[in-house]
Design a protein around this ligand. Structure first.
Ligand code: AFP
Length: 314
């Protein structure tokens, strides 16, 4: 009998809620994967015509994936609000505004890869609300350090669709089986190898890096002998880093003094997974999970991966 999402989601004290939430993520993943496969035939590729709150051009598929994810979180009955990279404000789910959990999501990360049929992903995390149940959830509920995260994960839309997640008891990878129409456990207890693997960074920015990174980076390359891979889609680059080892980084540079990646939507969920897989997740001088968020769309430099490689860079 294949091990399905529920058996992992139910571990821990929030199991009753994490089962429907993880199932909701699984349904959203299946719908988004289907949408991506047929996008070119339905005129769904290309720009939507608007910008998201970061001033980045939204793709039609960004907008559609965001709608799918919100709708699936609504259907769980356990989520009072969703914070999305594609939305300026918190989306309160009015019917369940007294529910205990909030979900933060980047519905379609790496969407600039869509034009070249490259891999993209969905990244999410779950926190418990801070406001009382009879109050309306607010942005303050989402501004919680990564140490408060209850569950996090990502979906990788690659040759197979994979859902990799953790409820704080290790990291487990599920692959969508089209025959059973289920996510089945394919990569139990993922651990980042301490040695080997690749470094993954947009090295074209090296001459602009801050924090004396260029010297530390050259040292790390010499000491570790790591090979190099970079897709430019965080989920794909992090999935490889989790499986093969090495380090993924998006550091600060003089054009992006806080790096490019969003604390709540990218850094914290991935940092949570990396620490659960035995690796290290650092920003400037501290763990990504110890940063107290100040805004929904805040950016931070990130260094994620095998401890020894990360240590040489921070
Ligand atoms: P897009 O969603 O605009 O493609 O950005 C993807 C991303 O946020 C993240 O997935 C990548 O790791 C990073 O940006 C790549 O950024 P560069 O293109 O600057 O290397």
């Amino acid at each position: 009998m294949p091990v399905t999402l529920n058996s992992i989601a139910q571990q821990g004290e929030n199991g009753k809620a994490m089962m429907p939430i993880m199932q909701g993520v699984g349904r959203a993943a299946t719908e988004i994967a289907y949408l991506l496969r047929g996008a070119v035939f339905r005129g769904a590729l290309g720009a939507a015509g608007g910008e998201n709150v970061q001033g980045e051009q939204q793709q039609k598929l960004d907008v559609l994936s965001d709608e799918i994810f919100l709708s699936e979180m609504r259907s769980t009955g356990f989520v009072c609000a969703v914070g999305s990279e594609e939305q300026e404000d918190l989306q309160v789910i009015e019917e369940y505004a007294d529910a205990d959990f909030l979900v933060l999501v980047d519905p379609l990360d790496g969407s600039s890869n869509l034009d070249v049929d490259g891999p993209v992903g969905t990244i999410f995390s779950v926190v418990r609300r801070k406001t009382l149940k009879d109050q309306r959830p607010t942005e303050a509920d989402t501004l919680q350090a990564g140490r408060n995260v209850i569950a996090a994960g990502y979906v990788l839309y690659g040759p197979a669709t994979m859902l990799v997640c953790s409820v704080g008891q290790g990291v487990h990878g599920f692959t969508y089986n089209p025959n059973s129409a289920r996510f089945e456990l394919s990569h139990p207890d993922m651990r980042i190898p301490e040695k080997g693997g690749y470094y993954s960074v947009n090295e074209a920015n090296a001459d602009k890096w801050l924090d004396q990174l260029a010297e530390k980076f050259a040292h790390m390359k010499r000491e570790t002998g790591l090979g190099m891979r970079y897709v430019g889609s965080m989920v794909a680059d992090m999935h490889r880093t989790l499986l093969k080892g090495g380090v993924f980084l998006y550091p600060a540079d003089w054009k992006n003094p806080n790096g490019k990646l969003r604390l709540l939507y990218e850094a914290i969920p991935m940092g949570f997974l990396v620490e659960q897989a035995g690796g290290k997740a650092m920003s400037r001088g501290c763990s990504v999970l110890d940063i107290e968020p100040e805004g929904l769309h805040q950016r931070v430099p990130v260094y994620l991966g095998s401890s020894s490689a990360v240590d040489m860079l921070v």
